[in-house]
Design a binder for this molecule. Structure first.
Ligand code: THU
Length: 138
């Protein structure tokens, strides 16, 4: 993924963060996922007064993509950002969920402690949980 493409993905994530519904935390997150068919889907965090029902920007972007055109295309790049100027690598739950849909060399870019950081997905989420469903229960 070249530098310009990553920058465009960060811009898409920042635009999505502008739609965040975060009246409780006031932490406004946006995510943009690029897939191996060239498509880009964005999402923002959507909070709820029952706090635990909050849904993160990354998962909203992914579920939106799958809902609109199936689970075939795989993620090649993820950008996450926020409107608070804070570091924000994807949370553990989102890493687990995205891990099921990433290519082997997918990259993740996010604001770190000292500006943008870009890592491979494998670096930020080694040893992901997985198993092969065996079929029936009998
Ligand atoms: N949040 C995300 O949208 N993505 C993450 O990876 C971490 C946290 C949201 C959830 C909540 O609305 C707010 O940030 C503060 O935790």
């Amino acid at each position: 993924m070249d530098a310009d493409a990553l920058e465009r993905l960060r811009e898409a994530a920042m635009e999505a963060a502008g739609r965040a519904y975060a009246p409780y935390s006031k932490f406004y997150v946006g995510a943009a996922l690029e897939f191996d068919d060239g498509s880009v889907f964005t999402g923002c965090n959507v909070e709820n007064v029952s706090y635990g029902l909050t849904s993160c920007a990354e998962r909203n972007a992914l579920f939106r993509a799958i809902s609109e055109r199936g689970a075939g295309p795989k993620i090649v790049a993820v950008a996450v950002t926020n409107r608070n100027g804070a570091p924000c690598p994807p949370c553990g739950a989102c890493r687990q969920v995205m891990s099921e849909f990433v290519t082997a060399d997918a990259v993740v870019t996010f604001p770190g402690e000292r500006g943008w950081e870009t890592r491979t997905f494998a670096e930020i989420f080694p040893l992901s949980f997985s198993f092969e469903p065996q079929g029936g229960t009998e």
